[in-house]
Write a new protein. Sequence first.
Length: 444
Amino acid sequence: MERSIEFLNELNLDKNDYIVVGCSAGPDSMCLLDLLYQNGYKIVCTHINHNIRKESAKEEEFLKKYCKKRNIDFALLKLEKSHNQDESYYRKKRYEFYKSTADKYKTNIIATAHHGDDLIETILMRITRGSNLKGYMGFSKLWQEEKYIFLKPLIYYTKDEIMSYDEKNRVTYFLDKTNEEDSYTRNRFRHHILPFLKKEEPNIAAKFLNFSEELNSACTYLNKKVQESFKDNYRNETLDLNKFLKLDEFIQRKELDYILSITYKDDINKISSAHTKKIIELLKKEKNFRYNLPEKLICFREYQKLYFKKETCQKEDFKQILTSKITLEDGSTIEIIKKSDEESNDVIRLNSESINLPIYIRNRRNGDAIEVKGFKGTQKIKKIMIDKKVPPSIRYTYPVVEDNKGNILWLPGLKKSKFDNEKNEKYDIILKYTKRKELINEKK
């Protein structure tokens, strides 16, 4: 395990600081735990009892005694028994526990026992399923997430070499019998593909590591380019298509990959290259669209904006009496003011003798129509919103001002009704609509 120790030495880790070690009591994690212990590192053994297998209690008890005998700090997380959760759920729980343990011990170094065979399996599975450039590299021996630094010191070695280390150093471990079952995708690669590759090329693990690191270097360079464009055209879960569509299509794909990676975080495996390609395909049609992504994330285009938002339930109808000022859900306001010289659609002047008080603010409803000032007949509010390019996602909640008899007086910022009066006409009520500052900037 010399290469693993060299890797750790190159990092110049302070041996007075703790390393949080993820340990299942299997041969890989016990190898890592023993390796760090034998080389004088200060460690915290973190163990998650998933409460699924009968052996879980024995493994937990074994690790407690193992750590106590060697004066190693031990941290335990017991999960409630469940057979309905997928692997991503347990992975999320594990990494949350690693981070909280690191915080408790005032460190940011977390080590896991992923090895060379794991890397080969991960790369092959992602190639088979389809992924992006970052996904195809498998995983890195070192990466940073927030303030935490994750290490995989055993990446240089195969499973066979780890088992040899355990045997030579008399390291006790437990075997998970589910790893023998072919019902799991990873196990099928492990049992049938890896033996063939190792027979064809005994040094296959090193070849895959080189492949992974080469892709990592390419990703690092590309990420600099992608983040430059990302900072320029993406904010508040919204992509500015005026800028984005001018980019080379390859950079477009990489930027979408990056957006999805920071959106999904630990669930990124639920996204594949097919999702990115579909978004690019829809963008080329130059029409508004809605595309459902995993985990109830919605990607939708509204004119020159592309949004990535969590799906929410349909909002309920609202209706309020305007007494002085109302703040809408998006932060915009409608208020009664004393005077104004403004003549835009953000201000309306009303005569209380021509309408039926009180004045109400409500959301748009199907079939709403307004008698627009200066035009004969009525216009459908939905058509007005389409013509004014009001984003579909806010048309339902857009404010409508009406009187006590249901006469629509005003679509703030869009259209005034026949009830609006000029400055030289009789009026005693002035209403003003003020958009939230961020909405004004987005429109620009």
